[in-house]
Design a protein around this ligand. Structure first.
Ligand code: ADP
Length: 387
């Protein structure tokens, strides 16, 4: 059985075809168009090109589109309605549209992608897999902001959490890597990419996560500020006369590692300049690491102890120096890093703590699209059973 996964960003269109073997997805073909809105006019055109590529007689992999059983779509915001994947119908499309107010940069694009691919593959189930769904286990005391309750009731202002498919996948992989029962396993998952979030998971349930109402809260990211005193935007507005839109743009696109370093949003460049004594790059790296350590400390308390700390995504998978700097400050947890293993672990599954370390430290490469394929498969399997 083959499942097609679609992941639309503001200017990109990613697609992957998965073969399901005994309920496990394996990627057999994938592609990405980066310049949607430019050379490729829109997501509908990108979708057409993807379908052409899949069925190309020479370079493609499908002899007929009939070989595709279902399509899974990554959707960023599912609000409070979606705690699991959903078969896309008119009501689901309406809900995704409704939540566009909470994710104006993402949900409308996701919707565009769904409609484009649905019109090319109209006779098979399409499934929406939501980034927010895994975090719907958060308790009210965790997701509520301490502002008048009516803002939650009237406008849905609460913490939602993002990167859900990544955190879910990495938690499951970590539990099976360590041979632990995922129903009792406690892990802190550090998804450190250009966007970054950290999640405390106990028995497969998210107890805390660092992104909130939007993906701006929490850790320091490539260009996003993460946590800050809520008074700062008002102060900036009064001092500089900048508009709310301008300040929002600065906090999302000109802050984080880029903001402090003034040099780059890419951790590789900033680490290199820090090594060459660039003071602001040194501050950026130290602030970045400090924020992660602060969150890990808090999340150990939230979980009342932890079995494993797991690194994933671009920085988490590829930067031994960032991992080591974080772990060196967590020796109080009984963590002992295997320095040689940490150094040589790049983008592969590995335990980088010593065997007798009380808390294990793992690197697990994330695979959001594979997780979306597995969830899509499960969703259509459940539907079949009900029929
Ligand atoms: P996205 O959130 O866009 O999916 P990724 O998970 O691919 O991001 O992470 C991208 C980031 O990973 C880059 O911005 C870069 O800073 C970082 N990165 C990749 N390789 C390394 C490395 N070897 N050392 C440090 N950082 C790295």
């Amino acid at each position: 059985m083959k499942i097609l996964i679609i992941n639309c960003g503001s200017s990109s269109f990613k697609y992957s075809l998965f073969e399901m073997n005994n309920g496990h997805a394996e990627s057999i073909f994938s592609g990405v168009y980066h310049n949607v809105g430019d050379k490729i006019v829109n997501h509908a055109q990108a979708a057409e090109k993807a379908i052409q590529a899949l069925t190309d007689p020479d370079a493609g992999i499908l002899s007929s589109l009939d070989e595709i059983t279902a399509v899974g779509h990554r959707v960023v915001h599912g609000g409070e309605k979606f705690v699991a994947p959903a078969i896309i119908n008119a009501a689901v499309l309406d809900a995704i549209k409704e939540y566009a107010v909470l994710a104006p940069l993402h949900n409308p694009i996701n919707l565009e992608g769904i409609k484009a691919v649905q019109s090319l593959l109209p006779d098979i189930p399409h499934v929406a897999v939501f980034d927010t769904a895994f975090h719907q286990s958060l308790a009210p005391e965790v997701f509520l902001y301490a502002i008048p309750y009516t803002y939650y009731q009237d406008y849905g202002i609460r913490r939602y959490g993002f990167h859900g498919s990544s955190h879910k996948y990495v938690f499951g992989e970590a539990a099976s890597f360590l041979n632990k029962n995922s129903k009792t396993f406690k892990a802190i998952i550090c998804h450190l990419g250009s966007g970054a979030s950290i999640t405390a998971v106990s028995g497969g349930k998210v107890m805390e996560t660092s992104m909130g109402f939007t993906p701006l809260e929490g850790l320091i990211m490539g260009t996003r500020s993460g946590d800050l005193d809520p008074s700062i935007p008002f102060f900036i507005a009064r001092q500089t006369g900048q508009s709310l839109d301008e300040i929002e743009d600065i906090l999302n696109k000109k802050s984080g590692i880029l903001g402090i370093s003034g040099c780059s949003n890419d951790m590789r460049t900033v680490l290199e300049s820090a090594d060459n004594n660039d003071m602001r790059c040194q501050y950026a790296v130290k602030a970045y690491v400090h924020r992660v350590i602060k969150y890990i400390g808090a999340y150990v308390s939230v979980l009342n102890g932890v079995d494993a700390i797991v690194f994933t995504a671009g920085i988490g998978e590829n930067s031994p120096v960032i991992r080591k700097t974080i772990m060196d400050r967590l020796s109080w947890l009984g963590i002992e890093i295997d320095a040689a293993l940490n150094k040589k672990t790049l983008c592969q599954k590995a335990m980088i703590s010593q065997k007798d370390s009380t808390v294990k430290v793992l690197v697990i490469p994330t695979a959001e699209e594979l997780e979306i394929a597995n969830q899509t498969f499960q969703k259509i399997a459940i539907r079949k059973l009900k029929e």
